[in-house]
Design a protein around this ligand. Structure first.
Ligand code: FES
Length: 112
């Protein structure tokens, strides 16, 4: 089902916005003039990704600096400072991505 997120002008390039939709906290981002929508919880330990930094099509979680690809959702990089941590602690899933679109000056996401 499609849900309206915000007006296009409320999400300029290189910005993000967290919005509660149907009980899910969704993070919508515009970076490199592309739109992305994802669950706001970091797949590592659940930190709020809305506090994180975007670098092009990557997002770097503010909590432990794990780096994820906004296009594929995949974990790209774990900082060397966590090298000696228990592998169970460094284990992470992928970002939970949602289809996002822009029509007539509004941004929409698709939630099943
Ligand atoms: S909670 Fe996001 S990197 Fe650990």
């Amino acid at each position: 089902m499609e849900y309206k997120v915000c007006k296009s002008e409320e999400l300029p390039n290189n910005s993000m916005k967290a919005i509660l939709i149907q009980g899910n906290m969704i993070l919508v981002c515009r970076s490199n003039d592309r739109l992305f929508a994802l669950d706001n919880s970091c797949p590592h330990r659940g930190a709020s990704l809305s506090k994180s930094d975007m670098k092009g099509t990557k997002i770097i979680c503010y909590m432990h600096d794990f780096e994820y690809d906004l296009v594929s959702g995949k974990l790209l990089h774990i900082p060397g400072k966590w090298q000696n941590q228990n592998p169970n602690w460094t284990k992470s899933g992928d970002l939970l991505l949602f289809p996002v679109s822009e029509k007539d000056g509004e941004i929409y996401i698709e939630l099943s």
